[in-house]
Design a protein. Structure first.
Lengths: 134, 307
């Protein structure tokens, strides 16, 4: 899985790859979250959009389309982690959009830490500053 | 061969012209081929792009040969809306209007008007009215950056386009493939344009000086270094960077008086990070882009150069 750090405005966003093992772990953590119910408006951080760190976007890699994780059944589909909410779109076996609460942005923090070593120090510092400021 | 219909009237049938010469029709399609991404197969549903006055153009094929040869839908629509009239869309629309000069009245019912000289004038007038207003830029902004040097008694004519976020936001590919520099230039390349890449000298560091140099290389000018009328539209843009060189960000002033901007692949907005409408980017909450570099003018040559 390819993870995009949605942070820049002019430059393309930095990205890192998740190994299949970590990808499976991500999906397991997401499925363990409580779904957002109708009328529930979780907002655990700044609004989406704007300048600076906005969240993480997970794009399924080509391999995932043929070999979706079996345990969770989430499979391929874009995942967005931002502002305390995880949004899964277009997952195999579970079409449509599903949203989950991510209290304290814990899954988002875990995912970012999984790839931080592949990123520029300045990016890591910016993201940490905004996640800790939450 | 081709029927061009101007979607402009409300009560009357829209005017149309048929281009019956096969050679003319093929030449026109070859010319339009690079801009086919501006067309859609159906009229836009976005109500913000409807309304009175020129809304767009239909291009219809009267026989199947061209459809097959150019792999097209039988009927295409070019939407023309406030703000979207600037840049490529306006240029394509003007080419369609010019094409009607070589056509003849469409074989439609007797009450369907022809696209004659008076209609062409109306259409061209509508195109320029939808795109921008020209103003005299003579009020210097607050001194807020080391690059700013305002020559005395200089007045430059510039243009402000109407704020049209839908043009950038409604289609996911357009939204994610164009960045702040595209927006500030009011030119969609779908390449996440980078300052200097178009002129062959992309920035090598993210500083006010270096990103500014790259933008000047693409064809921008510092504010108050005027462009001639031949370079219309001439937009007012502003540049900011993150200390330490992380990234840069551009803004563009809109006809409505505020500034718009596009944070990377996210939606165009006219508010800052505190949710306040941006009246001056030098004073706005720019998040981590705390170094304000100054103001620039874009122009039509610069639009066509950016990549």
């Amino acid at each position: 899985m390819d993870v995009e750090v949605d942070i820049f405005s002019g430059r393309p966003n930095p990205r890192f790859m998740l190994s299949p093992v970590l990808g499976d772990e991500l999906l397991r953590r997401i499925e363990a979250l409580r779904p957002v119910s109708e009328g529930d408006h979780p907002q655990d951080g700044p609004s989406l959009g704007g300048l600076g760190y906005r969240g993480l976007r997970v794009h399924p890699g080509a391999a995932d389309a043929d070999d979706p994780p079996v345990r969770t059944g989430v499979g391929p589909g874009e995942v967005v982690l931002a502002a305390g909410v995880v949004t899964v779109t277009g997952a195999a076996g579970k079409p449509g959009t599903r949203r989950f609460r991510d209290p304290g942005r814990e899954v988002e923090r875990w995912l970012f830490s999984s790839g931080a070593s592949d990123l520029e120090p300045g990016v890591v510092a910016m993201v940490h500053a905004q996640l800790s400021g939450h | 061969m081709l029927r061009i219909t101007a979607d402009v009237y409300s009560g009357r049938n829209n005017p149309a012209a048929d281009v019956l010469d096969a050679g003319e029709a093929r030449a026109a399609l070859r010319d339009l081929a690079r801009d086919l991404d501006l067309f859609s197969a159906t009229e836009q549903d976005d109500t913000s792009q409807g309304g009175l006055g020129l809304r767009g153009f239909w291009v219809e094929f009267l026989e199947d040969g061209l459809v097959h040869d150019f792999d097209l839908e039988a009927r295409l629509y070019l939407p023309v809306a406030p703000g979207a009239g600037a840049g490529r869309t306006a240029e394509v629309a003007e080419r369609l209007v010019a094409l009607t000069e070589r056509g003849q009245q469409a074989a439609l019912p007797a009450d369907a008007p022809a696209i004659d000289e008076s209609v062409r004038s109306l259409l061209l007038e509508q195109l320029s009215a939808t795109s921008s207003v020209s103003v005299a830029d003579q009020v210097a902004p607050p001194q807020s950056g080391p690059q700013e040097q305002e020559p005395a008694d200089v007045t430059c004519q510039i243009e402000f386009a109407a704020y049209n976020p839908g043009f950038w936001n409604n289609d996911a590919t357009i939204r994610t493939s164009n960045n702040c520099y595209n927006y500030a230039s009011n030119w969609r390349t779908n390449t996440f344009a980078q300052p200097g890449r178009g002129c062959g000298s992309m920035y090598t560091a993210i500083t006010c000086q270096e990103v500014g140099r790259a933008a000047l290389c693409d064809g921008m000018h510092h504010r108050f270094d005027c462009f001639p009328d031949t370079e219309k539209p001439r937009y007012l843009a502003a540049l900011a960077v993150i200390p330490g060189g992380g990234d840069y960000h551009w803004y563009r002033k809109m006809k409505e008086g505020f500034w718009g901007h596009k944070p990377g692949g996210t939606a165009v907005r006219n508010v800052d990070n505190r949710g306040n409408v941006i009246l001056d980017p030098a004073q706005a909450d720019r998040g981590p882009y705390t170094i304000f570099c100054g103001y620039f003018y874009g122009c039509t040559s610069q639009q066509r150069r950016i990549r």
